[in-house]
Design a protein around this ligand. Sequence first.
Ligand code: DLL
Length: 435
Amino acid sequence: MMTRFHPASNPDFMPLETLRELQWSRFQKILRHTWQNVPWYREKLKSYDVKIDDIKSLDDIHKLPFIIKTDLRDTYPFGMFAVPMSQIVRVHASSGTTGKPIVVAYTKEDLEVWDEVISRSLANFNVSDRDILQNSFGYGLFTGGLGLHCGAQFHGVTVIPMSGGNTERQIMLMRDFNVSVISCTPSYFVHLIDAAQKMGVDIKELNLKTGIFGAEPWTEEMRKTIEREAGIKAYDIYGLTEIIGPGVGAECSHQVGPHIFEDHFYPEIIDPQTLKPLPDGEWGELVFTTLNKWAMPLIRYRTRDITRIHTEPCPCGRTIRRIDRISHRSDDMFIIRGVNVFPGQIESALLAIEGVLPHYQIILTRYNGLDNIEVQVELSPNQFDDTLRSIEAVQKMITEKIQHTIGIRVKVQLVEPNRIPRSEGKAKRIIDQRS
Ligand code: DLL
């Protein structure tokens, strides 16, 4: 079995002192490169009255201003590029629900870094050149498809460039091609499990052993559901377009939250209100500085993702730090009757109840200035045929479980099978009808 990154040469295990030196040396170069080549960044530093010579160690990073999503929109399409177009070999873009997308760029060297971090992620998941990977992340401007594809190819894996959708065909090829690894959003995989059942295919009987899931928040309960229903190991891969795409971090075989490839992406946690840095261990917003990306470096980019950096070492021995799985984004959180709620809490509550399907949607409404939540949960075909009494009992159980988890009572509506729309990519969990 060929493994590109065995412990002796895997940067994940480098001594901490060497890692910090590498980060500092890369950071100095990338900061100067950004300052020299991105006029927008020079202006930004000037307006904050910061000079790059004021930055004398990595700890001084806090003196630098943040970059936020609207900065990338304001400089659309190429205003953040730090190299001439002739050196840019690929662009991707985030879908962006409103207005213009965010455009990102890569030099050949940047793509090598991307291949490397995907390969390191696959090594974490024990995926090797013996595996056949069905890549069901969307291809196109979204980074999931091509990013994972190229990195997996570099790793030596046989890649099937499937993309999302065409669900019955996905099942057919998974079976006929002896697929051992699948990559997609967790919500799409749940849909694939359902579709296989309908086609009379038992996923557990197939050769599938590993799932690589990311691109949207998912809970530990969802992992357990997937692992149980499909008989596979389900791993978390994390990333965002602005920083590189998938492969900013990935779990190891202990499945205790993604390790950040921090020799390339320097993480910080800040308090999203005060914007002050928080120590490892505390919850806050994740901020990244790309240490080794030349086409479009980003210094202190605010992700809006909420997590914490773990303080205790991982049993795997990796020295690169580990974050908690991204439980939610700050913009996904909603406040109902003064209580902060995020979709993951509702997912955890639902899936903790035996027999409840992972198909749900959260509807937010407003009457007379008061916000209300309704949680729609799909019944399984068996449950649907049950007596009204037992359906009411399930409804009561779900209502109580959610109340216990988030502290307020919400309306739970059980809906017939297949009523909740299935996604082929990122699931839309919240329908906000408040405005
Ligand atoms: O979703 C990149 C990606 C593709 C990651 C494939 C993993 C796998 P964006 O479309 O820019 O990029 O969305 C990035 O998705 O800020 C998180 O809020 C969320 N996200 C990504 N991975 C995870 C994960 C891709 N493993 C945004 N867990 C991020 C939770 C995730 N949320």
